[in-house]
Design a protein around this ligand. Structure first.
Ligand SMILES: Cc1cc2nc3c(=O)[nH]c(=O)nc-3n(C[C@H](O)[C@H](O)[C@H](O)COP(=O)(O)OP(=O)(O)OC[C@H]3O[C@@H](n4cnc5c(N)ncnc54)[C@H](O)[C@@H]3O)c2cc1C
Length: 432
C-alpha cells in the first residue's frame, strides 16, 4: 500500500539547500531591489543570472517543466514542496523559474504553441530573458467571461483586435501579451473565443494607466488598464485553435491556482513564525503574550489551519501528477483556491493583531500580506465562483432520494435493519 508523507532524502537535501539559499541570498533582494520582471534594468538581469546559475547547479530550475523545456520534470508534488519555500519571497519564483504569470503562459505556449511561437516567445521566456502578460479580464467583466466584449475580426491574413483589458499583471514589463478575444460571438464564451499572442509595441496596443494594489502608488503599479484599438496581428499569431480560448485558459488557470496555493503556505508560515516570535517576546503584566490563553488559541488555530491547508494542497498536487489532467481535479483545485484565501487572511490578520501598532504600520509586512491574501480571494476567479464549482462537482455524485422521507430516515432504516437481522438470526440460530 503506497501511503507516505516522507520526502526522499536526495530531494529533502535540495529543499534544505533552497531554504538556506532563499533566506540568505534571495529574501534580501525583496527589501531593496525593484521588480524581478523588469528585464530592461541591467541590475535586475545581472542579479537574476547570477542566482539562477546556482539554482541550475542544484537541479532546481523550472523543476515542474519537462527536460525538453529545460526543467527536471519533477511534477507538482515536488514543486509544491519547493514553492512553499519560495512563497516567502517575491523574487524567489523568478530566481527558480516558476514565476507567475510567466509560468502559466509558458505552459500554454508549450502545449498549444506553434514552432514559431515557441522560438519567438516560449524559449526566451523560459530562459528568463523576457516577461509576459496574460490578458483576459475586462473593465466591465472579470468573473464571468460570457460578458467579455474584446473582439477579433478576420481581415485577409490578419486578425484585428479591439477592446479593453483590466488588471494586466506585468503589462509594463511584458514583451508579449496573450489576449483573449471573441472571434465568433454567436458561439458563446466557451466556444467563441480565441487567444492571440500580441507583441508589445504593436500599433494600437496602449497602456491607459498603471494600477497599484492596496496603497501602492499608481506609478509603481504593476497591473495595467490596457486598450486595444485596431490591433492587427497575423493569422499565425493565434494560440491554439480558433474557439479554444476557454479550454486553454482552464488549463492555464488550473496550474496557476495550485502554484499560488503552494506559495501561500510559505507566506502563511512566515506570518505564523512572526506571530510566535512576538508571542514569546512581548511582555504583559503577567508574563509573555504567549502565556495568555487567547494568544495560545490564535497560535493553535493558525498551526492547525496551515497544516490542514498544506495537506489539501499536497493531495491535490498528487492528484494532478497522477491524472495529468486538470479537468479531473477542477473541484479539488477550487477547494484549494477557496481555502488558500481564508487561511492566508486568518493567519495574517492574527499575526498583525498580535503585533499591535507596529503590526499595522508600514514597518512590518502584514498590510502587504493582507492585500496579498485578499488578492488570493479575487484573482483567477473569486471565492464564491470556486465554491460553486466545487459544490456542483460534489453534488453530481449524489442521486435524489426516491422515497417520501430521506434515505437515511432512521425509522425506515430501522425497519429494513430489523428485516435483515430477523433473517440473519433465523439462519444462524438454525445452524448452531
Ligand atoms: C492582483 C491581481 C492580479 C490580476 N492579474 C490579472 C492578469 O494578469 N490578467 C487578467 O486577465 N486578470 C487579472 N486579474 C483579474 C482577476 O482575474 C479578476 O479580478 C477576477 O477574475 C474577478 O473579476 P473582477 O475583478 O472583475 O470582479 P467581479 O467579477 O466584478 O466580481 C466582484 C465580486 O462579485 C462577487 N461575484 C462575482 N461573481 C459571482 C458569482 N458568480 N457568484 C457570487 N458572487 C460573485 C464576488 O464577491 C467577487 O469578488 C488580477 C486580479 C488581481 C487582484
Amino acid at each position: 500500500m503506497a501511503w507516505d508523507f516522507d520526502t526522499d532524502s536526495a530531494y529533502a537535501e535540495r529543499l534544505a539547500w533552497a531554504d538556506r539559499f532563499v533566506r540568505d541570498e534571495v529574501e534580501p533582494l525583496d527589501l531593496v531591489l525593484g521588480s524581478p520582471f523588469d528585464k530592461a534594468n541591467p541590475e535586475t538581469v545581472a542579479v537574476l543570472e547570477h542566482l539562477r546559475a546556482k539554482v541550475k547547479d542544484q537541479g532546481l530550475w523550472a523543476c515542474h517543466l519537462g527536460p525538453e523545456l529545460g526543467g527536471q520534470g519533477y511534477g507538482q508534488v515536488k514543486l509544491a514542496l519547493l514553492n512553499e519555500i519560495l512563497g516567502r519571497s517575491s523574487w524567489a519564483p523568478s530566481v527558480f523559474g516558476s514565476q507567475a504569470p510567466d509560468s502559466g503562459n509558458a505552459e500554454i505556449l508549450a502545449r498549444f504553441g506553434t514552432e514559431e511561437q515557441k522560438t519567438t516567445y516560449l524559449y526566451p521566456l523560459l530562459d528568463g530573458r523576457i516577461a509576459s502578460c496574460y490578458s483576459m479580464t475586462e473593465p466591465q467583466a472579470g468573473s464571468d467571461p460570457s460578458l467579455f466584449t474584446t473582439s477579433a475580426r478576420r481581415d485577409g491574413d490578419s486578425w484585428i483586435i479591439d477592446g479593453e483589458k483590466w488588471f494586466q499583471t506585468n503589462a509594463r514589463f511584458a514583451a508579449f501579451f496573450i489576449v483573449m478575444a471573441l472571434t465568433d460571438p454567436d458561439a458563446g464564451a466557451h466556444h467563441g473565443m480565441s487567444l492571440f499572442v500580441v507583441p508589445a509595441g504593436t500599433p494600437g496596443l496602449e497602456i491607459v494607466r498603471h494600477v497599484g494594489v492596496g496603497t501602492e502608488a499608481a506609478e509603481r503599479g504593476e497591473h495595467a488598464y490596457l486598450r486595444l484599438t485596431n490591433v492587427r496581428v497575423r493569422a499565425e499569431d493565434m494560440l491554439g485553435e480558433q474557439g479554444q480560448a476557454f479550454a486553454i485558459a482552464q488549463t492555464r488557470l488550473g496550474g496557476g491556482r495550485i502554484h499560488h496555493a503552494m506559495r501561500t503556505i510559505g507566506m502563511a508560515r512566515q506570518a505564523f513564525d512572526m506571530m510566535c516570535e512576538r508571542a514569546v517576546s512581548r511582555q504583559v503584566r503577567s508574563g509573555t503574550l504567549g502565556e495568555l490563553q487567547m494568544t495560545q488559541e490564535r497560535i493553535a488555530d493558525s498551526w492547525i489551519e496551515i497544516e490542514q491547508f498544506r495537506l489539501l494542497v499536497l493531495r491535490t498536487a498528487w492528484l494532478i501528477d497522477k491524472h495529468q489532467d486538470y479537468k479531473r481535479v477542477r473541484g479539488d483545485i477550487s477547494a484549494v483556491k477557496v481555502a488558500m484565501a481564508k487561511v492566508a487572511h486568518d493567519v495574517v490578520l492574527r499575526a498583525l493583531h498580535l503585533h499591535g501598532s507596529i503590526g499595522i504600520s508600514n514597518e512590518m509586512p502584514f498590510s502587504r500580506m493582507m492585500v496579498d491574501a485578499e488578492t488570493m480571494a479575487l484573482a483567477d476567479g473569486p471565492t464564491e465562483v470556486h465554491k460553486q464549482v466545487l459544490a456542483r462537482q460534489v453534488l453530481r455524485q449524489y442521486t435524489p432520494s426516491t422515497t417520501l422521507f430521506p434515505s437515511y430516515h432512521l425509522p425506515s432504516r430501522e425497519a429494513a435493519a430489523r428485516r435483515y437481522v430477523d433473517g440473519l438470526l433465523e439462519h444462524v440460530v438454525a445452524q448452531y
